[in-house]
Design a protein around this ligand. Structure first.
Ligand code: OAD
Length: 241
């Protein structure tokens, strides 16, 4: 452990309230492609162009094929040491709030509870007509899955670009960050708002911000400590220290 990591570990050890924001990078070592950078294209398309209400309206089968592909990858994946270390950290810190932009539920599979899912999840689907949400985890869904209640087309239970976050979730995340003494920002490119804005929220409060990423991001200039390397290696070191 180098000096910076030791400083970070001390801050965490002394904190009574810790907030954590994770992004796709925390699941990269579980084999789940990230959105930007190393993720690349899906069938020649930019994955971000498929995560929109417009894409779903234009070609629901194409968008469902993309989500069914992601659901399969996630089903076959397992939590990695970063997920497990964050679940363990929650046992050691008096108050820990885990906020994630990920839809893969690997945090929950690693044992984290009460995760604030800013962007929904891949397990649930929502009816485009009656609005009923149902849990279809571990199921192989057809190309155009339908609602059990009313028979209309369902959509993935995720938040797409241009849509609002689930009610109350962002407010809960902001409150946790505002009252935190340490805010860990792990594996996110920090370019998608409002999630990325939580770093500003932390700076307006009292939290020391610790960024863990493979490489610097747009928020690196304002964080207190930047630790650059694999989340699956750095996070377990911080937690065990
Ligand atoms: P991105 O794909 O934008 O960024 C992943 C980040 O993880 C990058 O900064 C990588 O450098 C970093 N990274 C990759 N592997 C890592 C590793 N092993 N250890 C540490 N860091 C690693 O993913 P997000 O920031 O999560 O939203 O993207 C934010 C949102 O944009 C997503 O939730 C999704 C996407 O579009 C919606 O779909 C609404």
């Amino acid at each position: 452990m180098d000096d910076l990591e030791q400083r970070a570990a001390r801050l965490i050890a002394q904190a009574r309230r810790v907030a954590v924001l994770t992004g796709a990078g925390v699941s990269a070592e579980s084999g789940i492609p990230t959105f930007r950078g190393m993720g690349g294209l899906w069938r020649g398309r930019d994955p971000l162009s498929l995560a929109t209400p417009e894409a779903f309206a234009a070609d629901p089968a194409l968008v469902w094929d993309f989500y069914n592909w992601r659901r399969r990858i996630v089903r076959e994946a397992a939590p990695n040491p970063a997920h497990r270390a964050l679940a363990e950290l929650a046992q050691r810190v008096p108050h820990l709030t885990l906020i994630t932009q990920n839809v893969d539920r690997l945090h929950q599979r690693a044992g984290s509870r009460d995760v604030l899912e800013l962007h929904g999840n891949l397990d649930e689907v929502r009816c485009t007509r009656c609005g009923v949400t149902s849990d279809r985890a571990n199921e192989e869904l057809p190309s155009l899955p339908h609602c059990d209640s009313c028979g209309a087309l369902v959509r993935p239970g995720v938040v797409w670009f241009g849509e609002s976050l689930p009610p109350g979730i962002f407010e809960a995340a902001e409150a946790a960050v505002q009252s935190a003494e340490v805010f860990l920002v792990v594996g996110t490119s920090a370019v998608v708002y409002p999630a990325a804005g939580l770093v500003g929220t932390a700076r307006g409060g009292r939290a020391a911000v610790i960024e863990i990423n493979l490489e610097p991001t747009p928020v690196s200039g304002v964080v207190d400590i930047g630790l650059y390397g694999k989340a699956g290696e750095i996070v377990p070191r911080l937690v065990s220290a």
